[in-house]
Design a protein around this ligand. Structure first.
Ligand code: IPM
Ligand code: MG
Length: 354
């Protein structure tokens, strides 16, 4: 298994180091990981003048899977847009054709109190958000800021989806729903936006091939409300890039900490880019206090989706559960009665629990 390891910025290197520890521990048990590191985001800009250096993209293309930390930092916020760290992330997603972004929101029973919602609202929560990742207003042309004849400026972005783009993500969503509780909710804004009117039509067509899947539709504003009102009504949610960006952050908080949530971004052949759902947290970078569990759980997703190794995936997830059950916590999920430990100590604890 050839893995491109891209630590990125902020807490990226610290959390990636813990995931690498886990992969090394698995290696000593016979799994063969070949890991190679490269720079992305601000680190790419600093070392090669590009948030996605050519060598990094080549390594990613030549690998079976990519493990990414996080990108971004205040020192890069004033750079011209193409040089900003986020562009590295968007380009590698697009370059790998990683169109299917899987963002599970799973509540660990031990962390029920970490959510700001009442425990009975979130207990047992297990949602899979499937976000289309390479289209929509993120990539649509035309875009830019131009000056109107009147002299005032105008900002333009374009929401667009082709039928084939919708079809392939809808198919992924139906397949995943079939492996779960067979409930799929497609989120759109078909009452206002033609792009998502087409989205709804195509999702309905695709779902006809999956008669066992119970398909429903919600407008995005309603879905945002339903996610905090009664999140357990959802099993699988499928939606476009921008709605998925927003709803997945919202869903993460149902579980108490965004520091717990992994993600997978898959191409048509299940080659994947794996990253925690959270950002680079520059405010706590370098302090060894970040939560590495989302990154470690991203390795579990890698084993499941790219390498088809459910046993190892569950072994990693089991180790994380064991560590939580033993009362060890990083600062973001700490509560009285538990024991606060460092990022690196959390990595060691997961390795020990494996
Ligand atoms: C995410 C992030 C990214 C996105 C940013 C950093 C470009 O918010 O992965 O959700 O908008 O996709
Ligand atoms: Mg986001």
């Amino acid at each position: 298994m050839k893995i491109a390891v891209l630590p990125g910025d902020g807490i990226g290197p610290e959390i990636i180091a813990q995931a690498v520890k886990v992969m090394k521990a698995l290696s000593s048990d016979g799994l063969k990981f070949e890991m190679e590191e490269a720079a992305i985001g601000g680190a790419g800009y600093d070392t090669a003048g590009d948030p996605l250096p050519e060598a990094t993209m080549k390594l990613a293309t030549d690998s079976d899977a990519v493990l990414l930390g996080a990108v971004g930092g205040w020192q890069y916020d004033t750079l011209p847009r193409p040089m900003r760290p986020e562009q590295g992330l968007l380009r590698i997603r697009k370059g790998l054709n990683a169109f299917a972004n899987l963002r599970p929101a799973l509540l660990y029973p031990e962390l029920a109190n970490a959510s700001t919602l009442k425990p009975e609202v979130v207990a047992g929560l297990d949602i899979m958000i499937i976000r289309e990742l390479t289209g929509d207003i993120y990539f649509g042309q035309p875009r830019g800021i131009s000056t109107l004849p009147s002299g005032e400026r105008e900002g333009i972005n374009t929401m667009r989806y082709s039928e084939s783009e919708i079809r392939r993500i809808a198919k992924v969503a139906c397949e995943i729903a079939m492996k779960r509780n067979k409930k799929l909710c497609s989120v759109d804004k078909a009452n206002v936006l033609e792009t998502t009117d087409l989205w709804r039509q195509v999702v309905i067509e695709v779902a006809k091939d999956y008669p066992q899947v119970e398909l429903s539709h919600q407008y995005v504003d309603n879905a945002a409300m339903q996610l905090v009102r009664n999140p357990k009504q959802f099993d699988v949610i499928v939606t476009g890039n921008i709605f998925g960006d927003i709803l997945s952050d919202e869903a993460s908080m149902l579980t108490g900490s965004i520091g717990m949530l992994p993600s997978a971004s898959l191409d048509a052949n299940n080659k994947g880019l794996y990253e925690p759902s959270h950002g680079s947290a520059p405010d706590i970078a370098g302090q060894d206090i970040a939560n590495p569990l989302a990154t470690i759980l991203s390795v579990a997703m890698m084993m499941r989706y790219t390498f088809n190794d459910e046993t190892t995936a569950q072994r990693i997830e089991g180790a994380v559960k064991k560590v939580l059950a033993s009362g060890l916590r990083t600062g973001d999920i700490f509560e009285p009665g538990t024991q606060k430990i460092a990022c690196s100590a959390m990595g060691d604890a997961v390795v020990a629990a494996l």
